[in-house]
Ligand binder design. Structure first.
Ligand code: C2E
Ligand code: CA
Ligand code: CA
Length: 677
C-alpha cells in the first residue's frame, strides 16, 4: 500500500472530495422511479474523477473505510431530504464492514443526524463479501433488518454458490449482475440465466433488479421475464447531488392515460405470478397484432399482460393495467365479468358472453368476451386469457341485432361463401342468396330444415348427429358434405358455425359459413394419388430408403427393405431421427458415430448430399453389418429444403446376391470388411 495514496485519500475524505453519486432504479413495469443507488466518487483536485474500484480497496486496507462510509452516507441521506418519501436509497457495503458492528452504528447515526428513515434504505451486499463471512454477516444484518433496512444480494450469479448465500441471510432483493443483462440479447445462455434468476426471485417472494440496462430492448425483455426493477444508462448514469432534484422532477409520475392518479397497487412490492418466459413471448407476438382486445390475468385477477387494442378500449395505457386488478381498471364491467373469471379460474372456458356498461368515455359499450383458462406445465391454472370484442356498434338493442343480421346478409351477397344463421334449435333463419344460386332452392325453401333436401343422403345421415351434438353442447360445428347443384352434379362443401350466447351464457344464435371445398378435395385426392404412387416406387426399389422432414428430422416414410436392413419394423408415428436411440452406427475404424454425424442428420444440417458412406450398423438383433449409406436433400420448387432421403445398402447381402447370380463359388469376393467387425 502506498502511504502517500492513503494520506491523500484521508485528506480527500476529510475535505469532502469523496461524494455520493446517485443512479436511478426504475420500476420496469411502469417506468416509475423507485429510488437511487449511491455510488461513491472521488473528485481529486489533480487526478480528476477516481473510480470507486480503485479507492474503496485502499480505504478497506487502511482502516479509513468507516470514515469514508460515514461521509458518503451523511451526504447521501441529506440529499434525499427534499425528495419524495417514496424514493428509496441503496448503498453498498464492503466485506470488511460485515465483520463488526461498527457498520450498523454508523448507519444508524448518519440516519439520525439527517433524519432519514431507515425503512427507505437498502443495503447491497456482494456475493464475494459473504464468502467465509456468513456468520458475522448474519449478526450484523439482523440488527439492520430490525431497524427496517432491506437487504439486497448484489452481483447475483457471478460468485460461488450463489444459492447458498441467498439462503444464508434474510434477503429482500436480488440484483442480477450486469454481465448477464448486457449479453442477453446475443446469448441464449445469458437470457436463460436471467430468466432463471428472476424465476428464483419470484418463487422466493424476493424483488428482482437488473443492473446495466442500456437499451430499451433489454428493458422490454426484462419486463417480459418478470423482473421488477431496472438500473443502467438507459435510465440514467450516476449523477451528483446537484442533478437530483431536476431528475426527480422529470421522472415519470404514476398516472393513467386520462391523467388520473391511480393509487399504487396494494401488493406492488410483490412480484406478479411467475410465468414461463416462453409463453410470455408467444403471447406478446399474438397480442401485438391482434385486432381484438386481449389480456392475461393471474389468479388474483390482476393484469399480467394487455394488448394495445384492449388498452384503447379501456381508455388507459398498457402499463397502467399491469399489476392492477380488473376491478380497479374497469369497475363498471367488473360485476358482470367476475363470475366468468372465477369460473374460468376453476377451469371452465366460455366464449361470446356479452356484457355492457359505461366506460371512461361516458358511453355505454357492449362487449363480447371469451375466457380461456391457462395452465402451467404442471396442469395448474395460472390465470385466464381473455378476448374482448367491442360490439356496441353492431347492436345496442334486440333491434340492432336484427340490423346486424341485415348487415350480415349484405356481406353475404358480396361473398363467394354461403353465410347462414340458425336459431338456438338449429332451424335455419337465413341461408344467403348464394345458396339459392348454387342449389336453385328459394330462400323460403331453405329455411328451417328445408336446406337438408339439397344434401347428399349419405352425408346428411352422417352429419345430423354432429349438428345435434353442437346444438346441445354449444360447441362449434365443423362438417363436410356434398350438395346437389342446379345442374344435378354434386359438390363438396364445408360447413362451420359458432354459437352466440347471451349474458346468462345461453345460446341464442348460430352463425355459420359454408365453403366450397370441391377443388380442395380434388387437389387432396391428386396429392393422395401421387403419394400412393411415390410410395409404390419407394417400396419397389431394391435398396433401403428412408425419408425424413427437414428441419425437424421427423420420419416420413421408409420402405420394407430399409426395415429389414435396420431390423426395425415398428417405427412410432412422428419419431424424429434424434430420438431413435436404437440407431447405432460405427465408422470403418469401429468408432461410434455421434448423432450429428449420421448421414441423414448431416444432410439436414448442412443441406449438402452425403455420398456412399461406409458404415457399420449394430442391429437390434445383435448382428453387425456393413452398410453403404447415401443421403440427399429434398427441395421444394423454391429451392427450400423440405426433407432428405437416404438409401441404405447392405454390402454383405448384395455380395451374396451377386455371388448367387454368378452361380459359382470359384470367384470368392474378399470379405475383409465383414471379417473386421
Ligand atoms: P456495483 O454496486 O455493481 O455498481 C454498479 C456499477 O455499474 C457502477 O460502477 C455503475 O456506475 C456501473 N453501471 C451502472 N449502470 C451501468 C450501465 O448501464 N452500463 C455499464 N457498463 N455500467 C453501469 P461504479 O460506480 O464504478 O462502481 C463499481 C463498484 O464499486 C460498485 O459496483 C460497488 O460494488 C462499489 N462501490 C461503489 N460505491 C461504493 C461505496 O460507497 N462503498 C462500497 N463499499 N462500495 C462501493
Ligand atoms: Ca451495488
Ligand atoms: Ca452490482
Amino acid at each position: 500500500m502506498n502511504p502517500d495514496y492513503v494520506a491523500d485519500l484521508r485528506r480527500g475524505i476529510a475535505s469532502g472530495e469523496v461524494r455520493p453519486y446517485f443512479q436511478p432504479l426504475v420500476e420496469l413495469r411502469t417506468g416509475q422511479l423507485s429510488g437511487f443507488e449511491v455510488l461513491a466518487r472521488w473528485k481529486h483536485p489533480l487526478r480528476g474523477m477516481v473510480p470507486p474500484d480503485e479507492f474503496i480497496q485502499v480505504a478497506e486496507d487502511s482502516a479509513c473505510l468507516g470514515q469514508l462510509t460515514t461521509s458518503v452516507l451523511l451526504q447521501a441521506f441529506a440529499a434525499m431530504q427534499p425528495l419524495s418519501e417514496h424514493l428509496r436509497l441503496s448503498i453498498n457495503v464492503s466485506a470488511v464492514q460485515l465483520r463488526d458492528h461498527a457498520l450498523q452504528r454508523l448507519i444508524a447515526l448518519a440516519a439520525e443526524q439527517t433524519r432519514f428513515g431507515l425503512e427507505r434504505l437498502t443495503v447491497e451486499i456482494t456475493e464475494s463479501a459473504l464468502v467465509g463471512n456468513v456468520e458475522h454477516a448474519r449478526s450484523v444484518t439482523e440488527e439492520l433488518k430490525a431497524r427496517g433496512v432491506r437487504l439486497a444480494l448484489d452481483d447475483f450469479g457471478t460468485g460461488y454458490s450463489s444459492l447458498r448465500h441467498l439462503h444464508a441471510l434474510p434477503f429482500d432483493e436480488i440484483k442480477v449482475d450486469q454481465s448477464f443483462v448486457q449479453t442477453m440479447q446475443m446469448r441464449r445462455e445469458s437470457r436463460k440465466i436471467v430468466a432463471a434468476i428472476v424465476g428464483l426471485g419470484q418463487s422466493l417472494g424476493l424483488q428482482t433488479a437488473a443492473e446495466g440496462v442500456e437499451s430499451q430492448a433489454q428493458a422490454d425483455m426484462l419486463q417480459w421475464l418478470g423482473c421488477d426493477l431496472g438500473q443502467g444508462w438507459l435510465y440514467g448514469r450516476p449523477m451528483p447531488v446537484g442533478k437530483l432534484a431536476e431528475y426527480v422532477q422529470d421522472a415519470k409520475p404514476s398516472i393513467t392515460g386520462d391523467g388520473r392518479q391511480l393509487p399504487a397497487p396494494e401488493e406492488a412490492a410483490f412480484p406478479l405470478e411467475a410465468l414461463p418466459s416462453q409463453r410470455l413471448s408467444q403471447l406478446q407476438a399474438i397480442y401485438d397484432g391482434a385486432p381484438v382486445g386481449l389480456c392475461f390475468v393471474d389468479r388474483n385477477m390482476r393484469y399480467v399482460s394487455v394488448n394495445k387494442r384492449l388498452a384503447e378500449m379501456n381508455h388507459a395505457p398498457i402499463v397502467a393495467h399491469l399489476g392492477r386488478t380488473v376491478e380497479e381498471m374497469i369497475p363498471n364491467f367488473y360485476p358482470q365479468l367476475e363470475p366468468f373469471l372465477r369460473r374460468a379460474l376453476q377451469g371452465e372456458a366460455f366464449s361470446g358472453l356479452e356484457v355492457q356498461a359505461d366506460t371512461r368515455d361516458g358511453k355505454m359499450h357492449i362487449r363480447s368476451t371469451s375466457y380461456q383458462p391457462t395452465r402451467d406445465e404442471g396442469g395448474e391454472i395460472v390465470g385466464v386469457s381473455v378476448a374482448v370484442l367491442d360490439v356496441t356498434e353492431r347492436e345496442t338493442t334486440q333491434e340492432a341485432l336484427k340490423e346486424s343480421e341485415d348487415h350480415h346478409r349484405f356481406a353475404v351477397a358480396l361473398n363467394p361463401h354461403v353465410y347462414w344463421t340458425a336459431d338456438e334449435h338449429g332451424a335455419v333463419l337465413e341461408a344467403g342468396p348464394r345458396w339459392t344460386e348454387l342449389t336453385g332452392m328459394s330462400a323460403d325453401e331453405a329455411r328451417g330444415w328445408g336446406w337438408a333436401a339439397a344434401l347428399h343422403p349419405d352425408d346428411l345421415q352422417r352429419i345430423t348427429p354432429e349438428w345435434e351434438s353442437s346444438l346441445s353442447s354449444g360447441s362449434p360445428l365443423d362438417v363436410e358434405y356434398r350438395i346437389r347443384l342446379v345442374d344435378g352434379s354434386w359438390r363438396w362443401m364445408r360447413a362451420r358455425a359458432t354459437a352466440r350466447r347471451n349474458q346468462q351464457g345461453r345460446v341464442f344464435r348460430w352463425y355459420g359459413v359454408l365453403d366450397d371445398i370441391q377443388e380442395h378435395k380434388e387437389a387432396m385426392e391428386r396429392v393422395h394419388r401421387s403419394q400412393t404412387l411415390l410410395e409404390g416406387v419407394i417400396q419397389s426399389v431394391p435398396v433401403g430408403m428412408v425419408v425424413v422432414e427437414a428441419p425437424s428430422g421427423r420420419l416420413v416414410m421408409r420402405n420394407a427393405q430399409a426395415a429389414s436392413i435396420l431390423d426395425c419394423y415398428h417405427i412410432p408415428d412422428g419419431l424424429r431421427l434424434g430420438q431413435a436411440e436404437w440407431l447405432c452406427f460405427y465408422d470403418a475404424q469401429g468408432k461410434q458415430l455421434q448423432r450429428d454425424q449420421y448421414p441423414l442428420q448431416r444432410t439436414i444440417n448442412s443441406g449438402e448430399p452425403c455420398e456412399d458412406q461406409s458404415l457399420q450398423y449394430l442391429r437390434p438383433d445383435g448382428r453387425v453389418i456393413w452398410l453403404t449409406v447415401s443421403a440427399r436433400p429434398l427441395r421444394d420448387a423454391a429451392g427450400q429444403m423440405i426433407g432428405a432421403v437416404a438409401t441404405l445398402r447392405d454390402v454383405d447381402q448384395e455380395m451374396c446376391a451377386a455371388r448367387r447370380l454368378q452361380g459359382q463359388a470359384e470367384h470368392t469376393v474378399p470379405m475383409t470388411k465383414s471379417a473386421a467387425v
